[in-house]
Design a binder for this molecule. Structure first.
Ligand code: NAP
Length: 100
């Protein structure tokens, strides 16, 4: 079975990619900051899934936890990195309240 990690799997593009990868027969390692959403996604998928709560902004800890997840999975063939936020959709910028 092919193995993939999705960073930013709790919503948006990462979540949708995780669903497609599961349908394509990948086992998954799902990463995000919100454990209840990781759990919810895991329970909705019919493929082996490990989850790991990681804040990628905490670089050193994120590297350690990611390495641990990869080790638990016995390696991975694919890493999808979709963690981030779209500044263009930040409400304060849309409303022109950024002060710039
Ligand atoms: N949607 C678009 O049309 C589009 C187009 C071009 C580029 N992008 C870019 O693609 C990326 C994803 O977009 P999206 O629409 O899927 O956004 P989204 O729905 O807000 O999803 C962002 C994902 O990133 C995770 N995340 C954010 N900060 C994190 C952190 N510090 N550590 C770990 N996980 C983190 C979130 O999980 P947690 O909150 O649980 O941590 C969530 O799963 C963004 O960088 C966006 O700018 C999006």
């Amino acid at each position: 079975m092919k193995r993939a990690i999705v960073v930013g799997a709790t919503s948006g593009i990462g979540r949708e990619r995780a669903v497609v990868l599961a349908q394509d027969g990948y086992s998954l390692g799902l990463i995000g900051r919100r454990p209840h959403l990781l759990k919810e996604l895991k329970e909705s998928l019919s493929t082996p899934v490990l989850t790991q709560q990681i804040d990628v902004a905490d670089h050193d800890k994120a590297m350690d936890l990611s390495a641990g997840l990869i080790e638990q999975m016995g390696g991975v063939e694919l890493v999808v990195i979709s963690a981030g936020s779209a500044s263009s959709t930040r409400p304060e910028l849309v409303r022109g309240e950024s002060g710039h």
